[in-house]
Structures are given as structure tokens and as C-alpha cells.
Design a protein around this ligand. Structure first.
Ligand code: ADP
Ligand code: MG
Length: 256
């Protein structure tokens, strides 16, 4: 993806599953280096939106740009325009995604997990990839776990390997979908610390999270979604201190 004024730009993005409209016109922009925290109740469409950005879903109306490329657009009731498969594959390689469940390959060591995509997808030389993978494991604080299998690692360690694995593709955008929601509370901090480090290094990130401390301290922007629409957005500290919309207030009063 080439650097553009925005890394992600959504204009009136709609997404339906059958007759159920899940995204009802999302407008938002993510600038290079921005950390956007996407917050909202379960079922509000957060994961669906990330999946649209990452080409795991096609949109039904609106326009969605990643970098300077229009990845999908559709007029209501009209044909859905999509990029060619090759373009999609190329663009997806530039986007790293980390899920709630770590999804590591269980039969591979931490190091092998991190090496897999650069070797298999990018066809890069193994020696060079191994060196880079070791550096990435070091970056997430797991240099000494390179030869451990996922079953030998804690949830927090597995999630840090998953982050290193996503970074191995040298993405220009990282999408995090509730990366700490499946973790025991005492393991959440180590994963958030790695994400904070990424943010400080200038990575563009969209983070779906219920961790309001992270949003306040690390986020550049805060987007509150409910019912498939953006209810309110702004500076995280401002929104968290004084949410304007009653739906935001109700939600935050439960999670803060
Ligand atoms: P969130 O991540 O905010 O919890 P989701 O994007 O996962 O919300 O889901 C939004 C809505 O879309 C939910 O009502 C969910 O049941 C529905 N949904 C999500 N994925 C599918 C799917 N593949 N098929 C049908 N409905 C779906
Ligand atoms: Mg979700």
C-alpha cells in the first residue's frame, strides 16, 4: 500500500448479512501513524468493519479505501465492485491482524510461527527471515521462547507471538480485534505494553478494545460504535471524560 493522506477511509460503508444490516453507513478516517480505538457493545459491528478492511467481507454500499486504493464500493442496490484477486492478496499482505484467539499453529515453535508467512507467502530466504523473526520475538519480549510450542506458553505469551507473526509481514496497518479479551487479567498488561511500543514506533493501528486505560493513554482517536453506526468520536481523553451521547455514556458507565 502506498502512503496516502489516510491509511483507511470509509465513506458510508454498509454491510448486510442477508436482510440484516450490520453496518449502516460508517464514515471514518485513519491517518498514518494514528492509533484509533474502536469501542462499542457486543454486536455493534466492530469485527465486521475490521473484516471489511481486511477483505474478509465485501461491502454492500459506500466506499472503502485502504491507502490510496479503493478496495470496494457499491451503490445501493447496484453491482458490488471489487478489486482483482491478485490486488486483494497484495493488499492483505500489508495488513496485520490480531484476533481475540491467538490462532498460532500448534505444531510449530514460536520462531516457526513467526517465520511461516514471510517464507511461504513472500518466498523470502529462510536465513534472513529467521534473523528477522528472532528480532521480532525479542521486540515482544520473547527472545528466550523461540523454540517453545504454543502449548508451552501462557495466553499472554501466545498473543505476543501472534503480534510478532503479524509484524513479520511488515504491515503498514495493524488491526487488533479485542486482543486481550480472552486473557486472564494478570496477562493483559504485557500484551498492551507490546501494543503501546508499536504505537510509539509509529505503527498505524485500529484497536477494538474494552481497555479504556489503553484508549486514554495510547489512543489518538476514539470511535464509539453502536448498532452499526458511529455514535460519537473524538480525542479519547475528551470522549472518556465527557461523552456527549447518551448511548456512549451508558456504555462507558458499565466498562469504566
Ligand atoms: P462486534 O464485533 O461489535 O461484537 P460483529 O461485527 O461481530 O459485532 O457483529 C455484528 C452483527 O453482525 C451481530 O449481530 C452478528 O450476529 C452479525 N454477524 C456477524 N457476522 C455474521 C455472519 N457471518 N453472518 C450473519 N450475521 C453475522
Ligand atoms: Mg467483535
Amino acid at each position: 500500500m502506498k502512503t496516502a493522506e489516510s491509511v483507511v477511509r470509509a465513506e458510508g460503508v454498509h454491510k448486510s448479512y442477508g436482510h440484516v444490516e450490520v453496518l449502516k453507513g460508517i464514515d471514518l478516517t485513519v491517518a498514518p501513524g494514528e492509533v484509533m480505538c474502536l469501542v462499542g457493545p457486543s454486536g455493534s459491528g466492530k469485527s465486521t468493519f475490521l473484516r471489511c478492511i481486511n477483505h474478509l467481507e465485501t461491502i454492500n454500499a459506500g466506499r472503502l479505501y485502504v491507502g490510496d486504493q479503493l478496495i470496494g464500493y457499491a451503490e445501493r442496490g447496484g453491482r458490488i465492485h471489487e478489486m482483482r484477486d491478485k490486488e486483494i492478496a497484495r493488499q492483505r499482505r500489508g495488513i496485520g491482524m490480531v484476533f481475540q484467539r491467538f490462532n498460532l499453529f500448534p505444531h510449530m515453535t514460536a520462531l516457526q510461527n513467526v517465520m511461516e508467512a514471510p517464507v511461504q507467502v513472500k518466498k523470502r530466504p529462510k536465513g534472513e527471515v529467521r534473523e528477522q523473526a528472532r528480532q521480532l520475538l525479542d521486540r515482544v519480549g520473547l527472545a528466550d521462547k523461540a523454540d517453545s510450542y504454543p502449548s508451552q506458553l501462557s495466553g499472554g505469551q501466545q498473543q505476543r507471538v501472534a503480534i510478532a507473526r503479524a509484524l513479520a509481514m511488515q504491515p503498514e496497518l495493524m488491526l487488533f480485534d479485542e486482543p486481550t479479551s480472552a486473557l486472564d487479567p494478570e496477562l493483559v498488561g504485557e500484551v498492551l505494553d507490546v501494543m503501546r511500543g508499536l504505537a510509539e514506533a509509529g505503527m498505524t493501528m485500529i484497536v477494538v478494545t474494552h481497555e479504556m486505560g489503553f484508549a486514554r493513554e495510547v489512543g489518538d482517536s476514539f470511535v464509539f460504535m453502536d448498532g452499526g453506526v458511529v455514535v460519537e468520536s473524538g480525542d479519547p481523553r475528551a470522549v472518556l471524560a465527557a461523552p456527549r451521547h447518551e448511548r456512549t455514556q451508558a456504555f462507558l458507565s458499565k466498562v469504566l
